[in-house]
Design a protein around this ligand. Structure first.
Ligand code: CAA
Length: 273
């Protein structure tokens, strides 16, 4: 095992076991971390335990990690929230929508906020997150793909924001990146019809950066990881910060932000020369 994996050796098999229970695997290899949704027999359905495990990964991501790949085992990236949440029995140990409905507003808010933390960290400037998506990415599955910076998809991909069809709203951080990526009208169309978006359309409207055949997905992701790792780490972080802030700033403010970031880069690189 490499030194890079050390932070996870401390938790050791207990942490591994809790990830397994949450339906995912987490591996670190040097600068690359891979999160694999790993309940293929249930199409990688997600539970609160999945989101809490994702949040814990984000909380303790080893500092050397620059790229996080999020993928799913089996034919589907993820079929979204575990449908047992809709039953009176719920998911053992995690409750149901029925029990959530009985929570007071603060507790309810906190539990959704914690779930959202599982998705939010994937946008940190210090990392580039890549969703490798094959098959269905429904509801929470679609939102997890949207939480990543880039989506590389297989040609059998099927994105669907199913929540409104089930009486819910998408609440796992997906609405903003969706609108940012495809625009308000298209996002309204996709969400309020809960229709399926397949590969060609996903590429055309900007949901996917690249479409490859299923066999080529792992290689395409690996190539992208290598491209990302070929740039300077600190410059990449600063550039991502600039890009993320661009929509919120005026042109003048953005120019000022570019100058400030560049001053740090140039002083760091050339101070002694
Ligand atoms: N939760 C729990 N189990 C699920 C599941 C889910 N979301 N999706 C699939 N499964 C299970 C099936 O019950 C089945 O289990 P058994 O073999 O024990 O019967 C197994 O996974 C395989 O499923 P299928 O036979 O249906 O597989 P398929 O390849 O023919 O179809 C699918 C795949 C289109 C994804 C279909 O399973 C499906 O429509 N699943 C439900 C999708 C859904 O409605 N998800 C909720 C989205 S909304 C959301 O996510 C809300 C939120 O964030 C708040």
């Amino acid at each position: 095992m490499t030194e890079a994996k050390a932070p996870y050796q401390r938790g050791g098999s207990a942490e591994d076991a809790s990830f397994k229970e949450a339906g995912l695997r987490f591996e670190v290899d040097g600068e690359i971390a891979t999160i694999t949704l790993d309940r293929p027999e249930k199409r990688n359905a997600q539970t609160f335990a999945t989101w809490s495990a994702l949040a814990r990964i984000g909380d303790s991501l080893p500092e050397q990690v620059r790229v996080v790949v999020v993928t799913g085992e089996g034919p589907s990236f993820s079929a979204g929230i575990d449908l047992r949440m809709f039953t009176p029995e719920g998911v053992p140990g995690q409750g149901s929508f029925g029990s959530a409905a009985r929570q007071d507003q603060d507790s309810f808010d906190q539990s959704i906020e914690r779930a959202q933390q599982g998705f939010l960290w994937l946008r940190r400037p210090e990392i580039v997150s890549i969703a490798a998506v094959r098959g269905h990415a429904i509801g929470a599955g679609f939102q997890l793909a949207l939480a990543c910076d880039l989506r590389i998809v297989a040609d059998d991909v099927k994105f669907c924001m199913k929540e409104p069809a089930l009486g819910l709203v998408p609440d796992l951080t997906g609405t903003k990146p969706l609108v940012d990526l495809v625009g308000l009208a298209k996002a309204t169309d996709l969400c309020l019809t809960a229709r399926v978006v397949e590969a060609d359309e996903a590429f055309r409207i900007g949901l996917a950066e690249m479409v490859v055949d299923g066999e080529g997905l792992a290689k395409a992701v690996q190539d992208k990881v290598e491209q990302v790792l070929s740039t300077n780490r600190d410059a990449a972080t600063a550039t991502k910060r600039l890009l993320q802030g661009a929509r919120l700033r005026t042109l003048e403010e953005q120019c000022a932000a570019e100058r400030a970031e560049q001053a740090v880069r140039i002083r760091t690189l050339f101070a002694g020369s």
